[in-house]
Design a protein around this ligand. Structure first.
Ligand SMILES: [Zn+2]
Length: 268
């Protein structure tokens, strides 16, 4: 199947392998960088019975095969697979626990977007209409070492109201209602960073006005761009249009509790 196909386990395994190959071929990761996960269909997608398909640790994501992936539950317990899961598994699980509308998470090191994250330079200026529509606000997350509880906690708190995160001195994380949605956001982020850098080299650009940004957000909320965005982006505080659940105002305290619970679990 293609990335736009169904969500059976075998189809999702192939879609994640395909996503890893695309990330590598497009230069958004190098060697064994990055990690990808997606929710499997389950009896209760909003409850504790969720199952996550996730990439293994220390494998080149451009050269994976479907059998290399693992299935874990929401506590991190390995249900299927022989390999160790990505060391960033707590970060992925914290996202799913905090955002019931999210069904896929992509973490990569896209070069130009990561350069902005290293320079601690703002990439969130509204310069392009499509970026406002597709990405919403790009959130910056303070530096924490990879695979740590602190990184998972910071990401969980920031992802409550954002779909695209720049991780300081590290890389980027995108989420989506499905895998193409999350992968597309990663690609759009890097494309925007490329344009943004060119604009800076030209001496600066003209940002969209507040009223133009508000107009774009209204269009996104109304689902006018459903072809590009199968599950329309819900601005902070708005109900998810597909999940019938409200985005939770997740505080750092709640996120920290999620991570503590994960730390207690037997993460493979
Ligand atoms: Zn990373």
């Amino acid at each position: 199947m293609t990335l736009m196909g169904g969500t059976s386990e075998i189809a999702l395994r192939r879609a994640i392998v395909d996503a890893g190959r695309k990330l590598y071929q497009r230069g958004l990761i190098a060697a064994s960088d990055g990690n990808i996960s997606a929710l499997l269909e389950g009896p209760d997608r909003h409850g504790g019975a969720g199952r996550v398909l996730v990439t293994p640790s220390a494998v080149w994501k451009g050269e994976m095969t479907p059998d290399m992936l693992l299935v874990v539950d929401f506590t991190g317990k390995r249900l299927k697979g022989d390999r160790a899961a990505t060391s960033e598994l707590p970060m992925h699980l914290a996202v799913y626990r905090c955002r019931p509308d999210v069904r896929a998470v992509v973490h990569a090191h896209p070069p130009l977007a990561t350069a902005y994250a290293v320079a601690h330079t703002h990439l969130g200026e509204p310069l392009l209409s499509e970026v406002v529509l597709r990405l919403g606000a790009i959130e910056r997350v303070a530096y924490n070492a990879p695979s740590t509880e602190q990184l998972a906690t910071s990401v969980a708190a920031s992802v409550a109201d954002h779909d695209v995160l720049l991780l300081a001195n590290h890389g980027a994380l995108t989420v989506g209602h499905d895998l193409p949605d999350a992968l597309g956001r990663m690609e759009t982020l890097e494309h925007f960073a490329t344009i943004s850098l060119a604009v800076r080299q030209l001496g600066g650009g003209i940002r969209l006005s507040d009223s133009q940004v508000a107009e774009l957000r209204a269009l996104a909320s109304a689902g006018r761009f459903a072809a590009d965005q199968p599950q329309p982006w819900s601005p902070p505080g708005q109900p998810c249009t597909t999940c019938d659940v409200w985005r939770q105002a997740v505080t750092a305290k709640v996120a920290s509790e999620v991570v503590k619970q994960l730390a207690k679990a037997n993460i493979p």
